[in-house]
Design a protein around this ligand. Structure first.
Ligand code: ATP
Ligand code: MG
Length: 280
């Protein structure tokens, strides 16, 4: 069995200054210059997704601000993964809009590669390159997609591997790692691309229970550092304690959304109450 490893105390995502970019700019003059940065980093408008005759997402609307940690909760099959996959362009929405910094990412003129660089994703099943060692896994995207110089890619990869406590394992292949270690490498790989937003689809669901904590700990640190995160999770403790917005999905719609204290202590909708009574 893999040993539990204490996560080292490296600061994660040094460049994410929470909400600072949305502040108006004060000049020496008396006038205040309006900052034109769009209010929301991600805005989903009337998003629908059908698979054949099955309407999986139905008129989804919600927005994410810089520094937000949004958790998406709901029963199996309610459309949580499909929603994240649409935001990462792994699925093409049937209708509706997804704006990133005020611009559509569904527009043909916008490169999918660029969007995925800005909006990264961490999967339940890690999706590491099995034939590459840990270091190469964290460098390959930087070299091939971002065209970074080898030295810079190496520095970034080492920085984030250290942050997730995996810098001692750079020569290991994924098959030699525990699930928790693989997920920490997957997080370091995603961070090495310097995303603006990181999506997580049930990042701890495939892990043995004793490894869930080490991954949640990293995610908590990321949240504190100001990284914008959208997290599909069954970890209600994480949703309640770490996120600042909870979205409850039911049968392809957002049935309720709000601050965690409201959703968990005082849900308005009957189906939210029913769901929470089953999972808490
Ligand atoms: N590629 C696909 N083709 C057809 N149907 C699909 C496809 N992907 C998802 N679905 C269907 O869409 C529905 C929602 O699936 P989704 O994976 O988004 O749910 P989820 O909320 O993430 O569930 P879970 O908690 O089990 O992961 C399911 O009924 C699923 O079978
Ligand atoms: Mg899912």
């Amino acid at each position: 069995m893999a040993k539990k490893k204490k996560v080292t105390n490296v600061k994660i995502t040094p460049n994410h200054n929470k909400k600072a970019e949305n502040q108006p700019v004060q000049t020496n003059e008396t006038a205040v210059v309006e900052d034109n940065t769009p209010k929301h980093i991600i805005e989903i408008q009337h998003l629908s997704k059908n698979f054949g005759d099955n309407k999986i997402l139905k008129d989804i609307n919600f927005s994410v601000d810089k520094g937000d940690v949004v958790t998406i909760i709901g029963s199996s099959g309610s459309g949580k993964s499909t929603l994240l996959r649409c935001i990462n362009l792994l699925e093409t929405p049937t209708s509706g809009e997804i704006l990133y910094n005020g611009k559509s990412i569904l527009d043909d003129s916008v490169s999918v590669k660029d969007t995925r660089t800005k909006i990264g994703m961490v999967f339940q099943s890690f999706n590491l390159f099995e034939n590459m060692n840990v270091l190469k896994n964290c460098m390959i995207g930087q070299l091939k997609v971002l065209k970074r110089k080898k030295e810079k890619a190496l520095t970034k990869a080492m920085y984030y591997l250290k942050a997730v406590g995996m810098d001692k394992y750079i020569n290991a292949k994924p098959s030699q790692l525990s699930g928790g270690q693989k997920q920490r490498v997957a997080i370091a790989r995603a961070l090495s691309m310097d995303p603006d937003v990181l999506l997580f689809d049930e990042p701890t669901s495939a892990l043995d229970p004793e490894m869930v904590g080490e991954v949640l700990e990293i995610m908590k640190k990321l949240a504190k550092s100001g990284l914008t995160m959208i997290v599909v999770t069954h970890e209600m403790g994480f949703a309640r304690d770490v996120s600042n917005k909870v979205v409850f999905m039911d049968k392809g719609i957002i049935a309720e959304e709000g601050r965690p204290e409201q959703i968990f202590s005082n849900p308005k909708e009957e189906r939210t109450k029913e769901f929470l009574s089953r999972v808490l």
